[in-house]
Design a protein around this ligand. Sequence first.
Ligand code: ZN
Length: 443
Amino acid sequence: MRKLFLLAAALLASLSLAGQDFQEHFTGRTLRLDYVFCGDVHHQSIYFARAYRTGAWAGRRQHLAEVALQGNGQVRVLDPESGDILYVNGFSTLFQEWQATEEAAHVQKAFENCLQVPFPSHPVDVEVILLDTHAKVSSRLKHRIDPKDILIRASADNGLQVAPVLESGSLQEAIDIVIVAEGYALPDRGKFFHDARRAVDALFSHEPFKSYKKRFNVRAVFAPSADSGVSIPGQGEWKETAVRSHFDTFYSDRYLTTSSMWTLYDLIGTVPFEHVIVLANTAKYGGGGIFNSVTIMNSDHPTFVPVLVHEFGHAFGGLADEYAYGDNPETMYPTDTEPWEPNLTTLVDFDAKWADLLPEGTPIPTPLDKLEEQDVRRIWHTLSADEKASLNSRVGVFEGGGYQTKGVYRPVQECRMRINECEEFCPVCYRHLVRMIGFYTSD
Ligand SMILES: [Zn+2]
């Protein structure tokens, strides 16, 4: 009986806390934290650089002590006395992607990072952890933040032009996206706002974003670049651009990223946001998406629409690539560890993934359709609607995904997270994206 009473009391306490936690601990503004993540494949370190008080807090005010997804790292705001988690968020980094490259075996490098948390109303501890591919903590930094610290810089309006592209609700109700101009010179201003509208049309013409459009706000920031276009090192082209992005990241010609995260956040300034899309003014194929970090996209390649949706799937949804191209010794998905990404499994903990969507009697691994014996990408346009639907929606456990042909499994044969030709997310990715939207927007 006493146990029951205690349980009921604890439940009531947690329910009332859920409503009060945010106001009790946070002011409603945003704390921007700049870090350096550095090291190599063997050792990683985190260093704190500086803090800013920026604009209004656009993030969630519920589920504060939960993560929607583990990520490859987490930032936690802790009560210094009790150690309770007051806020936590998962994220991934370019630094960790770099650790899987050959270069990381013999060079130590440093990467800029920015993390946003709600601005505390009392002293707190901030803890940042990075996780390795086995989900073990590889580095950790804990430091005190006193909101009265005079060295927390108050960001001022940076004067850049900001325009609303999609207005659906208040900061508290909606998921807030900011689109930042990259490689648009002053005369390209009109093109940038036109491209930003194209990006929004592309994203919200795809399910499930289409059905949940009313839960998103999008603002566009015009940051003029000295040069038009972006840097392509492989062709000897370096440009002076606002976000200093470039192709050939990790010597991969189509991988467009920026290492200048601090500059990117300076350009966003006090504009409230949860997700950032850098729109790069180029027709060259490429882009990138890193979970709760950044989406970066070319503006003018014919594959603009599918690639933007794919990269946002990474950055917003934490979805993994479902394609495979070999067996890499430095795999991001070792077979003894269940990936945190919802659309891959190593079968270590498949029940936590899409086992409930698997038709009874489905063999594991699931044999491919006859169609898959051909190069599906090349014949995609010749397939009937039924054939495409079957490849996209027949749920199984198909071997090959996460860049590995063996030991990693995906939910369907073809998905938006696998090939550009396939427009739709698979049922597993779809369900997960709906859950993510709910996590950030429901009370
Ligand atoms: Zn999928």
